[in-house]
Design a protein. Structure first.
Length: 385
């Protein structure tokens, strides 16, 4: 049995802890937790069905438990700070995405990963989902010929994103970094490309306002009449945090679109909106020289059209209802177990590829600020000068 320690047992940490134990067939056991919030620790333990040892400090936990693996699942802006606590050790890691909230901090994480003595896998859980792996297989096989373009959208009733640490750029990094990093990572994974340039338009059209920053729905006398009620609220007590979504401190955008060019000349669009009532969440489309493929995550379907096919059309169905992130968690647990057993094994979701995805996010926000196309190469020069 492999012992794993959790740094953070909040919204995502509690999921990781439960998933690692469940999907490893009990070959992984959570040996220790650092979580400063009593409430989050209590809820996390309920999710797991047991109470692991709790520690106040990361070093004390590592020294006491001597774990085989560690998961960093704190809020985004604390990732680098926690990672530094593992300097000089050789413990395989899962690092929650995004890597951190700022470009320079992401650069430091990339440098850290190169000298770290054990594997670091980024929790890009969608890479491990069966629907994405099948799409990768189809595209790599030439099912639509040469990939020429793409259109990717995400619609979300996303009020919980504006009720916790994600509501500001300082602590969350913005939704093109927090949420779209999943999509940018899958874009690069499916195409085998790197990003070249980005142009974007980002606006805040629903959330934010002039309400007090500490105002919570439970203490607001306008709760029943608030227009927030038309947006789906979270069923996750940690995710929601009950904060007013029209608070003054909210500075991230809620409606964002990008035009993205990749290094092989391929180009396409990505858009996301967090107040939409759309009938689906994520949908990716790729057009190729001989065909077309649509990946509908809400329906759990891949539709392939190609004139060279005998039927000219094929459909692949996936059942992951009730499983977050399209049932990618079992693959994460299996791969992390492999890395703990063999630290020389290849990491399926490495830090350097996560950096590539996040460069799209940083370039998009720079483009929105300057109203110009931002070349990734120029972004690299600025960040290292």
């Amino acid at each position: 049995m492999k012992k794993v320690c959790m740094i953070g047992l909040g919204e995502m940490g509690k999921r990781h802890a439960k998933d690692l134990e469940e999907f490893s067939n009990s070959l992984i056991r959570i040996a220790g937790v650092v979580e400063p919030s009593d409430k989050k620790f209590e809820i996390g333990c309920k999710w797991m069905g047991r109470v692991p040892d709790r520690f106040d400090f990361i070093k004390a936990m590592l020294d006491k438990t001597d774990p085989d693996g560690v998961v960093i699942a704190t809020p985004n802006y604390l990732h680098l700070e926690c990672l530094r606590e593992l300097a000089g050790r050789g413990i395989p890691l899962i690092l929650e995405k995004p890597l951190d909230t700022g470009l320079e901090k992401v650069r430091e994480i990339a440098a850290f990963s190169k000298q770290y003595k054990a594997p670091i896998m980024v929790h890009h859980v969608m890479r491990y989902s069966p629907i994405v792996l099948k799409a990768k297989e189809l595209l790599d096989s030439g099912a639509i010929g040469k990939i020429c373009g793409f259109n990717m959208v995400q619609f979300m009733n996303g009020s919980p994103m504006f009720q916790n640490f994600r509501r500001t750029f300082k602590t969350g990094g913005g939704q093109l970094l927090e949420k779209a990093t999943h999509d940018f990572d899958i874009l690069l994974f499916l195409t085998g490309c790197k990003p070249k340039s980005v142009f974007s338009i980002c606006k805040r059209q629903y959330f934010g306002g002039n309400r007090p920053n500490g105002l919570r729905c439970s203490n607001c006398n306008e709760n029943k009449s608030c227009r927030h009620n038309i947006v789906q609220k979270s069923h996750d007590i940690i995710s929601g945090n009950n904060l007013c979504v029209f608070a003054d401190e909210i500075d991230i955008f809620d409606n964002e679109s990008c035009l993205i060019e990749l290094d092989n000349g391929m180009f396409g669009t990505y858009s996301q909106c967090f107040f939409s009532r759309a009938p689906f969440s994520r949908r990716y489309e790729f057009n190729g020289s001989t065909g077309f493929i649509s990946i509908d995550f809400s329906m759990g379907k891949i539709l392939l059209k190609n004139l060279k096919l005998k039927r000219r059309e094929e459909c692949f169905d996936f059942d992951y209802h009730g499983r977050i992130h399209y049932n990618g968690a079992p693959g994460v647990a299996k791969h992390f177990l492999k890395l703990m057993n063999d630290t020389t094994a290849c990491v399926h979701s490495p830090v350097n590829e996560a950096v590539d995805a996040e460069l799209i996010s940083f370039a998009a926000y720079k483009s929105n600020e300057t109203k110009r196309v931002v070349n990734i190469a120029d972004l690299n020069k600025v960040s290292t000068s």
